[in-house]
Design a protein around this ligand. Sequence first.
Ligand code: ATP
Length: 307
Amino acid sequence: MTSTPHDAGSRDAGHTPARAGHSPIRHGLDVHDVSWSVKGTVIVDGIELTAPATKITGLLGPNGSGKTTLLRAVARLAAPDRGVVHLDGVDLARLRRRDLAQRLAVVEQHAGTDHDVTVLDVVLLGRTPYRSALQGDSSDDRALARQALAQVDMLDFAERRWSTLSGGEKQRVHLARAFTQQPALLVLDEPTNHLDIAHALSLMSLVRRSGLTTFAALHDLNLAATFCDHLVVLDRGRVRASGTPHEVLTPQLLRDVYEVDADVGVHPRTGRPLLTFHPPDEVLPDTAEPWIPGASATPETVARGRS
Ligand SMILES: Nc1ncnc2c1ncn2[C@@H]1O[C@H](COP(=O)(O)OP(=O)(O)OP(=O)(O)O)[C@@H](O)[C@H]1O
């Protein structure tokens, strides 16, 4: 296994409110032989993977490869046809909805929410698994919700109507709701897809600092390389590769799975893989040098370019 600066040590858990109640031994997520099909078509097939406790596991793969389907099966939003999912040693299929919601928070790609509510109301939904049907929000619930809003830089929006938010603002509020749920596992489907680059970096940093076991579908491979500790690549519903970013993000894998040519260098500051994609010929200037795979973006060439 390749060691990188980000692999060293455990992450700072101090930025997310401490989880109430029990604190089971953290084994992380274990997915064994999970398959899901619709009308006789197999969408994900015999999935085996682990997502190490307290780390970020990125789920990669081209459009339609089955990422959302797998995340939904893991989170039991859609019961798999077969297979088992354990979180910290507990079979998720055996949990009641409420117990499941205390352990696992999901941020879906197109998460809908009742329009006639405030942003704070949406975040407070994260406390639902912890109270009875007749119980209102406590002052502790509201403090947790406001703290989570501050973490995602949305506290000033607490009293705004949900329906007036932009896509990126809604995305950040959904993450705040997930933090307020105080789960052991965060399941995120394309958490950065509406975000500008500054907010994408800040959201991934926040997830990293949370110390929560995280399983996140990502399209941005450089973002995945920078923030994920472990990667799993899906290709047509099956696991094609898994391992550290350095092990998984090879030119060969990118060609085989995404059908793109890329150089994989090393980011000079993070030590993580840095991907440079070869653009289609029609956007290259006539004077462009012939592309030689593997010739760019190593720390040496980056340093040479600066001098
Ligand atoms: N309920 C359904 N009925 C029919 N086909 C479905 C259903 N759900 C998913 N699929 C198909 O399964 C495949 C995988 O879909 P999924 O949304 O899991 O892919 P994805 O990897 O998340 O894609 P993207 O990167 O585009 O979000 C797609 O071809 C999709 O059309």
